[in-house]
Design a protein around this ligand. Structure first.
Ligand code: C5P
Length: 228
């Protein structure tokens, strides 16, 4: 598994201080709406300046008409980040157009599709999507695989089933990980690291349990011991 740390703190300074404290680790940094909207491209550059080996996952969850998504994907690829995501519910055509547009890049970023947000419980998910989370997540994963994406964002509980209906190397990235049973916050479907490993998760995403810890670097050291 490869640890992905969510940089969701209220200021660039705090996020960069967190990144600096973790600079000795071979980990992924997840830059989401909050940081990217506020701090932009300079923030990505500042992260790389701390450790050029940090891998960057730009979590912007694109969802629009296919052409607009492909345009955005191209601009994202030019930023030189390593992975980004789109919403699977944007559909197969959007997936194909995004992947086709990225094919001109020699080192294109990995592209994942969000299946079901981990903040949904079954009832609220079904109201919108008309199917259970399990069923729809598998359907979205198959669609993503068939249209050339590299993996999906899902909860740890769908990871194994998704692997069985897609192909070798198709990746799962799973937020809602509470490594040592920490507070779930607004997440509905949370899993420990042990469960994530059992369910064949490739990227556990961890935010609050790390950045709200009084000693984030110590917490990451404990996590890395389990992961490696
Ligand atoms: O603090 P916590 O560990 O819950 O952070 C999870 C991170 O993963 C947040 O940045 C959230 O936006 C993101 N995320 C999520 N569920 C998804 C996709 C991304 O929680 N399906």
């Amino acid at each position: 598994m490869q640890l992905c740390v969510a940089l969701d703190l209220p200021s660039a300074e705090e996020n960069l201080a967190l990144a600096r404290s973790l600079s000795g680790y071979d980990i992924w940094m997840k830059v989401g709406f909050r940081s990217y909207i506020r701090d932009g491209k300079e923030f990505l550059e500042a992260l790389k300046a701390i450790n050029p080996d940090f891998k960057i996952f730009l979590d912007l969850k694109l969802y629009d008409i296919p052409n607009t998504m492909a345009d955005a994907a191209e601009e994202i690829a030019k930023l030189g980040i390593d992975m980004f995501n789109i919403h699977a519910s944007a559909g197969a055509k959007a997936m194909r157009e995004v992947m086709e547009r990225l094919s001109k890049f020699e080192n294109r970023p990995l592209v994942l599709a969000v299946t079901a947000l981990t903040s949904f419980d079954n009832g609220s998910f079904e109201t919108i999507y008309g199917k259970s989370i399990d069923e729809k997540a598998e359907e979205f994963a198959r669609m993503s695989y068939e249209n050339g994406l590299d993996g999906v964002v899902c909860s740890a509980f769908e990871s194994r089933a998704i692997k069985s209906v897609t192909g070798e190397g198709f990746m799962t990235l799973c937020p809602g990980i509470r490594p040592f049973g920490e507070d779930a916050g607004d997440q509905q479907r949370v899993a420990t690291l042990e469960t994530a490993a059992q369910e064949l998760v490739d990227f556990p995403v961890i935010g609050r349990p790390i950045y709200k810890d009084p000693e984030p670097a110590v917490k990451v050291a404990r996590i890395m011991e389990i992961i490696s």
